[in-house]
Design a protein around this ligand. Structure first.
Ligand code: KG4
Ligand code: ZN
Length: 349
């Protein structure tokens, strides 16, 4: 009789979402989430102290919900995975401390894992094992990276990253200057649907031949954000109304154009046929459509998890934990640290 695949629980507290996910192999059984996003809205960004306190209040109830949803008990769990970094130090500590407590109480192995690698691994819950090598485009509120994934258990190779703002940060800042609230990505995505993406020619950072030499796979969104701000200010000074939908669509197009062009170039240069996109910005409808359109021309398959698996959640941590357990990777020590600057080359702490 085949033995059952291990039951792995994942805890995520690196930013403003408290997530607890439970998977068996590649099968998602529960994905409980509590978000403190509303508490940060009036500040226009995540306030670390507020996030830590919210995690502290949410962690136990979220854990209970996940266990109920999966119809299992803590004693049934085979391993506990937790985001050890990168992220907000205080926020990470809440999850890591909770995971240690549960691991100690149940005598189960603990895996301190890399949040960014988890954003890639989560796709296996929807599309099955990831063919390796693959190129991963990770775009969130804190990160924008292009990675070569040769062997997820051993670490990923960074090819490029943003040299200033992250893609999600650009969405959030542009939404703020358009008065659209926080977080900016979902609302810009929505408003852009009624706009003309070709209305305003906003700059495409690090795509000029002189920049490509040193920054082939790097991104820059700060110049784009400034260009949008200047364009809006000039209209405001002239007393004109701002065509919000056109600005949103043109800005979104500039971001998605650069992200997809560089991701496809990385696939082609490395002879890779699979592109996986993860992180909060991967929920963007235009990014998903443009990536598929461009990839198809080169015989590249694009894998993007459904939007609620793209943003931070516990299922992604459980997914990576499950992959490590299946590969026979040794667990972390019980005194594993939370590492706010955990490098991408480290998958498990
Ligand atoms: O991965 P995530 O939930 O948290 C981080 O690790 O940062 O990503 C959050 C980011 C925010 O900047 C948010 O504005 C952006 O993802 N985002 C989007 C969309 N949904 C969320 N950006 C563009 N389009 C979306 N539909
Ligand atoms: Zn994230």
């Amino acid at each position: 009789m085949p033995t059952e695949e291990p039951l792995v629980l994942g805890i995520e507290t690196s930013c403003d979402e408290t997530g607890v996910g439970i998977v068996r192999g590649h099968t998602l059984l529960a994905d409980a989430l509590a978000s403190s996003v509303d508490q940060h809205a009036r500040f226009g960004g995540v306030v670390p102290e507020v996030a830590s306190r919210a995690h502290l209040e949410a962690i136990v109830p979220t854990m209970r919900r996940a266990l109920d949803e999966a119809k299992v008990t803590l004693a049934d769990i085979d391993a506990i995975a937790v985001t050890a970094g990168p992220g907000l130090a205080g926020a990470l500590l809440v999850g890591v401390a909770a995971a240690k407590g549960y691991a100690l109480a149940t005598d189960k192995p603990i895996y301190g894992i890399n949040h960014l690698a988890a954003h890639v691994a989560v796709d296996t819950l929807e599309h099955g094992p990831l063919p390796e090598p693959a190129i991963a485009l990770l775009v969130s509120g804190g990160h924008s990276s292009l990675l070569l994934v040769d062997d997820m258990t051993a670490g990923v190779t960074p090819l490029g990253a943003t040299i200033d703002d992250a893609a999600g940060e650009a969405f959030d800042k542009v939404a703020r200057l358009l008065g659209l609230g926080f977080p900016g990505g979902p609302v810009i995505d929505r408003r852009a649907r009624d706009g003309d993406a070709g209305a305003i020619a906003f700059p495409r950072g690090l795509t000029a031949p002189k920049d490509l030499a040193a920054h082939r796979y790097d991104f820059s969104f700060s110049g784009l954000k400034t260009a949008v701000a200047r364009w809006v200010e000039a209209r405001q000074r002239a007393g004109d109304t701002i065509p919000v939908a056109d600005v949103a669509a043109s800005f979104q197009e500039a971001v998605c154009d650069v992200l997809t062009a560089k991701a496809i170039a990385a696939c082609r240069a490395n002879g890779v046929e699979t592109l996986v996109i993860g992180g909060g910005v991967a929920a963007n409808s235009r990014l998903r459509a443009l990536a598929s359109l461009r990839a198809e021309k080169h015989g590249i398959r694009v894998r993007v998890p459904r939007p609620n698996l793209c943003t931070d959640n516990g299922a992604m941590v459980a997914a990576l934990g499950s992959h490590l357990v299946a590969a026979g990777v040794a667990p972390s020590r019980l005194d594993l640290p939370a590492d706010s600057a955990m490098p991408l080359t480290v998958v498990t702490a």
